[in-house]
Write a protein that binds this ligand. Structure first.
Ligand code: CU
Length: 155
């Protein structure tokens, strides 16, 4: 049987080992730096994406649409894009059937009409919202965060 000999490292071997350890630390630092850079690029990308998605936020959108009363219901349609929900003109005391043609993207889908207790997640295509305004006034339509808006003008 062979006898294993534990050899004491020479000065050169020790120096090599120390150099290797130092190099390993350097590599680790470099990796961390790369990691941080990647994270920063990702954050910058997300911010750019959010700015892109929120473009048109607060925009009044297309010209107001007047509802048409027929059979005791007033119907109106708007196109919901990145410019908002649109503005509708309706009369007090008659049921409103508002068709929102949704083609947008982002949080504009999470539509709220707080004054009428309406909360709906719009899906692609036609979304019908019904409510009966009883009081004249201007009511706000908005996304959950309030970035996109629309108006209901009741006269
Ligand atoms: Cu929003």
């Amino acid at each position: 049987m062979e006898k294993k000999v534990i050899k004491k490292p020479t000065e050169t071997e020790r120096a090599i080992a120390e150099q290797k350890a130092a190099d390993a630390i350097k590599r680790k630092k470099k990796k961390t730096l790369i990691g941080w850079s990647a994270a920063m690029v990702a954050v910058a990308g997300m911010i750019t994406g959010m700015i892109f998605l929120t473009q048109g936020a607060g925009d009044p959108g297309p010209a107001p649409r007047a509802a048409v009363i027929s059979g005791g219901v007033q119907t109106v349609q708007t196109t919901v894009t990145s410019t908002g929900y649109g503005t509708i003109n309706v009369k007090a005391g008659t049921k409103v059937s508002w068709t929102m043609n949704y083609t947008g993207r982002g949080c504009i889908a999470y539509m709220r009409i707080p004054d009428f207790g309406i909360s709906k997640t719009l899906s692609s295509g036609a979304n019908v919202i019904t409510f009966t305004p009883t009081k004249k006034g201007t009511y706000t339509v908005r996304c959950t965060m309030g970035m996109y808006t629309g108006k209901i003008i009741v006269s």
